[in-house]
Design a protein around this ligand. Structure first.
Ligand SMILES: Cc1cc2nc3c(=O)[nH]c(=O)nc-3n(C[C@H](O)[C@H](O)[C@H](O)COP(=O)(O)O)c2cc1C
Length: 338
């Protein structure tokens, strides 16, 4: 009740922020149907963040969320990045791209925070860390509800300690990047993580990872989750911004087709296993965000060529439950008892 009332939504479901996938139509459709639509703004500049927020606002008056990646200022090691680039060349060659320009991204986290304060979404969520206390205070003063992401009990406690209002606990089943920010925590299944945090935390818990059915959603809420966050189940919808070849790979995947890999970005993330992952298995990689910058052009080119073997096909362990349709059909399945 608290969750729905505070955010002004009808159903205790958060559409997972998914950088690159969450188009304005997608987010607005989720909000209009009564769940919390979320913009994945992690890779965007401050200007791009404002643009997509305004596009969502043009489509709905309802509450929506914006997700940001907290930067960790990883040192730039030219030699390490050169070695990682060289290791990627055989992949580039298979796409007819023996050389490519890899521009390094320049995160503008503080610029994004300023935009959030001006545009005032209902909530703002954070991945890969917790914002500094001044940012938390400024966002709260602007009336924005703050959501952290945790993959362990220690991270969930840190989110609560920092004064954030809710926490997404991300189980090992989750598709996409793990939101971890404390050194190398273990990979914890969602049920175990929920059991660890529910008696310790006072803030509401949003459970994420492998949720694709009403039965699973109800089970998690009976076990103490206030809401659930769902990503993979939406990937193949008409409104999703995933490339057509990615949607098809998701629809064709079986339950044991996903693995966790650092190869695409330098951070661990779960996706459908393909040739890129297999061929680069033992190769040197640069730390996040540099590896992500190095592989960006390759992934773009793979999408242009409709080649799923060299794309990052982020998806959770319930990928086999994903169906084609619309945002509305996915939400109605999640809300219907079978
Ligand atoms: C394609 C994709 C992109 C994602 N991008 C983000 C992101 O930008 N920010 C974030 O906090 N989580 C991201 N996630 C993780 C989701 O927030 C969430 O934890 C996950 O989707 C839940 O598991 P499920 O995919 O099995 O439903 C992404 C997940 C997927 C599948």
């Amino acid at each position: 009740m608290f969750f729905k009332q505070t955010l002004g939504i009808q159903h205790p479901i958060v559409q997972a922020p998914m950088a690159g996938v969450t188009t304005p139509d997608f987010v607005a459709a989720c909000t209009e149907i009564g769940i919390l639509g979320s913009i994945g703004a992690g890779y965007l500049s401050a200007t791009e963040t404002r643009t997509i927020i305004r596009q969502v606002k043009a489509r709905t008056n309802g509450p929506y969320s914006v997700n940001l990646f907290v930067p960790d200022n990883t040192p730039f090691d030219q030699k390490q990045i050169r070695v990682a680039y060289e290791a990627l060349k055989p992949i580039g060659e298979q796409l007819g791209m023996p050389f490519w320009k890899a521009s390094l991204s320049e995160p503008d986290f503080h610029g994004q925070i300023d935009v959030i304060i001006e545009e005032k979404p209902a909530s703002c969520s954070f991945t890969f860390g917790i914002p500094a206390v001044e940012s938390v205070e400024r966002l709260h003063d602007a009336g924005i509800l703050l959501i952290g992401t945790a993959t362990t009990l220690d991270e969930a406690m840190a989110v609560q300690q920092a004064g954030l209002d809710m926490v997404v606990i991300q189980g090992a089943e989750a598709g996409g990047h793990r939101g971890s920010f404390l050194p190398e925590g273990p990979l914890i299944p969602l049920d175990d993580l929920l059991a660890e945090v529910r008696d310790v935390l006072q803030i509401p818990i949003i459970a994420a990872g492998g949720i694709a059915t009403n039965a699973r959603m109800t089970e998690l809420m009976n076990k103490g989750a206030t809401a659930v966050q769902v990503g993979t189940a939406f990937l193949a919808t008409a409104e999703s911004g995933a490339a057509p070849v990615y949607k098809q790979a998701v629809l064709n995947a079986s339950s044991d087709d996903t693995v966790i890999t650092r190869i695409f970005s330098g951070r661990p993330a779960r996706g459908i296993r393909n040739r890129f992952i297999d061929q680069m298995d033992q190769s040197p990689i640069a730390p996040y965000p540099y590896q992500n910058d190095l592989t960006k052009r390759i992934r773009k080119q793979a999408a242009v060529q409709n080649n799923a073997e060299f794309l990052s096909l982020w998806a959770g362990t319930s990928v086999h439950c994903t169906q084609a349709g619309t945002v509305e059909s996915v939400i109605s399945r999640l809300l219907t008892k079978h």
